[in-house]
Design a protein around this ligand. Structure first.
Ligand SMILES: *[C@@H]1O[C@H](CO)[C@@H](O)[C@H](O)[C@H]1NC(C)=O
Ligand SMILES: *[C@@H]1O[C@H](CO)[C@@H](O)[C@H](O)[C@H]1NC(C)=O
Length: 393
């Protein structure tokens, strides 16, 4: 939305510079058709890996304990949340058109939250001395836009809402990823078997962090949900994160995991419960606070005393998209570097909805492209879900 670049730790300018450099490197990697990785099949792995063209891109889960009512709720127009919001600066109609179209092919609806420009805000409306930070207008505008999302949830008494920034992108299998995510979060939240929670994602969560640029697990919590054999898992060499991520060494490279999170960076997509939204308004608006909004949310997930329960997934299932054309369009506020991009790209997303939107409109699934052809193993069979309660050795 406002600025991914505004949110990097530890300092804004260093983060900004590194980000641009990495973006350039990544951009080049993305478009190097010769870059191929051998897929390592672990010893004894099943014969379910084949090399032939995969025709259906929608994996299904094999073992599901999701109650029928939860599954049904996940199929609705708001993906099992009470509402979906997209934060969009009113002048960026291009970004609104693009995410509206992406959402339509994925089959969900959203309402728009008008993004704020920090330059127009009264310093008296801020919960702390933001003026010390470089990139002040971007940081303040971004902070306020996300506060407005929490504000709307509280104001409308929503039990939950999913909030996107307007340059977000997701895999074409997003809906089945969410079914998996719901199964994982119900388990992490100790949903008794046979019970139907109010939210299909389980009850008792404050924040579900679907789209981030790094997300750490809580150190002493060994519980993990594993989704093995998932073709939408970002290939190892294309994982791009800015911050602490979980140790994935124990898992095959096509495994995605879920865990209770200690906090992350970037807010491409996250859900808040009503209580989660209340707490955000309290800690990040009513209390003393000055900093990038994702750092504040990170600290809420991290700090036990705030009892703010965050659940997340890695690799992330939503990330940010950089459209074709001038790269100066990426950021709403700064001018940015001027690279003329022939084709857009998205961080961490294998079969990008935006890059395939034309084929999705036409229903031509055989034309769906991976961002990293040849580097994603062709998997057969369903995504295999399992639950671990102890640390791996
Ligand atoms: C979708 O399901 C959720 C969870 O049951 C519910 O809160 C929401 O109102 C539903 N949305 C629509 C559009 O029916
Ligand atoms: C995952 O990929 C990386 C880089 O190619 C490789 O070093 C690592 O061994 C792979 N892990 C597994 C479990 O295959």
């Amino acid at each position: 939305m406002v600025l991914r670049e505004s949110q990097k730790k530890p300092t804004f300018f260093i983060g900004l510079t590194i980000f641009f450099l990495l973006s350039l490197i990544l951009l080049q990697r993305n478009h190097d058709p010769l870059r191929q990785t051998e897929v390592n099949t672990p010893e004894g792995a099943s014969s379910n890996r084949v090399t032939k063209e995969r025709t259906t891109a929608f994996p299904a889960i094999k073992q599901t304990r999701l109650p029928e009512a939860s599954l049904k709720a996940l199929q609705n127009q708001t993906l099992g949340f009470e509402k979906i919001y997209v934060i969009n600066l009113p002048k960026r109609t291009d970004k609104l058109d693009a995410i509206r179209l992406s959402a339509s092919v994925t089959g969900f609806n959203f309402e728009v939250i008008a993004g704020q420009n920090g330059a127009n805000m009264s310093p008296k409306a801020l919960p702390g001395p933001f003026k010390d930070s470089p990139g002040h207008d971007a940081i303040v505008g971004c902070w306020r836009s996300h506060m407005q999302a929490a504000h709307n949830i509280v104001n409308n008494r929503l039990s939950s809402a999913l909030v996107f920034e307007d340059d977000s992108d997701w895999d074409i299998s997003f809906r089945s990823q969410l079914v998996n995510f719901a199964l994982g979060s119900q388990w992490l939240l100790n949903t008794p078997s046979g019970a139907t929670p109010h939210s299909p994602y389980g009850d008792g969560w404050d924040l579900l962090w679907l789209g981030h640029c790094a997300l750490a697990p809580i150190k002493d919590d060994p519980r993990r949900v594993l989704f093995e054999n998932d073709p939408s898992t970002t290939p190892f060499n294309h994982r791009f994160n800015l911050g602490e991520i979980p140790d994935m060494a124990h898992y095959d490279n096509t495994t995605r995991i879920m865990y209770t999170s200690d906090g992350g960076t970037c807010l491409y997509a996250y859900a808040l419960s009503y209580r989660g939204a209340q707490k955000i308004l309290f800690y990040l608006s009513m209390s003393y606070y000055h900093g990038p909004v994702d750092f504040g949310i990170h600290d809420m997930c991290h700090d036990d005393s705030r009892a703010f329960r965050c659940i997340g997934v890695f690799p992330q299932i939503v990330d940010s998209h950089r459209g074709a054309g001038s790269s100066s369009k990426d950021s709403d506020i700064s001018k940015g570097d001027e690279v003329d991009r022939k084709k857009g790209f998205s961080f961490n997303i294998v079969r990008s909805t935006r890059l395939n939107v034309e084929h999705l409109i036409d229903g031509q699934l055989s034309k769906i492209e991976s961002q990293w052809p040849g580097e994603v193993p062709e998997l057969e069979g369903p995504v295999k879900v399992s639950f671990r309660e102890t640390f791996e050795h």
